[in-house]
Unconditional design. Structure first.
Ligand code: AP5
Ligand code: ZN
Length: 216
């Protein structure tokens, strides 16, 4: 299957992307994770991306679209994928459509994770990520690690993201409303949208996503 996950910061995209992609046997591709890995490695891409990420702004389209084009080619897009954090504006959605048309494949579903702003702020304030793999995601209340500050999966150190400061989170929410939310309508018009209530237990949200994908 070829799937896009969309939703505000802290909606649970990264958390659910890993579980759903594993269940379906497809790669989860996260632009945020790719940028963070490049920031940690100090690459040219990382230095450029960090300027925008620290302000809660989108990294320019020419950088992000090229990155996704490379990843989809590498992953063999026709075999399926789950995109987390891309597309993030209408220009990126149009670029993805053109890329997929070029290789004669189509998206199967776009899943929107719906969460209100108070819950987003609570989730982001308590989020902790693993230094070894930003796919290892915890929350001090709703998904605490067995030992505080230590990743259950690999023993790595847990940390708080630089862009999870309150002022940056407010800016990320504004950017979501202004730039990303319009892609929900873009995909609804194409008959691809499934909106899922993303509050409640992690497993319950996964089950709702799988139902929306008609694989439950
Ligand atoms: P990105 O990494 O994509 O950040 P985001 O969209 O703001 O989303 P988050 O990672 O904050 O949240 P999430 O929805 O993945 O939630 P999570 O699963 O962690 O992007 C970061 C930056 O990179 C952007 O600001 C931009 O600068 C740049 N960027 C990325 N893509 C780009 C693009 N396409 N174009 C341009 N720039 C781009 O969950 C959050 C917390 O909640 C966790 O602690 C988790 O344990 C907890 N949680 C999850 N589900 C539940 C639940 N059901 N109940 C209770 N707690 C839960
Ligand atoms: Zn880890």
């Amino acid at each position: 299957m070829r799937i896009v996950l969309v939703g505000p910061p802290g909606a649970g995209k990264g958390t659910q992307a890993k579980v759903v992609a594993e269940r379906l046997g497809i790669p989860a591709i996260s632009t945020g994770d790719i940028f963070r890995a490049n920031v940690a490695a100090g690459t040219e891409l990382g230095v450029e991306a960090k300027k925008y990420m620290d302000q809660g702004l989108l990294v320019p389209d020419e950088v992000t679209i090229g990155l996704i084009r490379d990843r989809l080619t590498e992953a063999d897009a026709s075999a399926g994928f789950l995109l987390d954090g891309f597309p993030r504006n209408v220009a990126q959605a149009e670029a993805l459509e053109t890329m997929l048309t070029g290789i004669e494949v189509k998206l199967d579903r776009v899943v929107e994770l719906k969460v209100d702003n108070d819950e987003v702020v609570r989730r982001i304030a308590g989020r902790r990520l693993c230094r070894n793999d930003s796919g290892h995601i915890f929350h001090v209340d709703s998904k605490p690690p067995a030992v505080a500050g230590v990743c259950d999966v690999c023993g790595g150190e847990l940390y708080q993201r630089d862009d999870d400061r309150e002022s940056t989170v407010r800016e990320r929410l504004r950017v979501y409303q202004d730039e990303t939310a319009p892609i929900v309508g873009f995909y609804a018009e194409r008959g691809l949208l499934a909106s899922v209530e993303a509050t409640g237990a992690l497993d319950a949200v996964t089950a709702r996503i799988l139902t929306a994908l008609e694989v439950n």
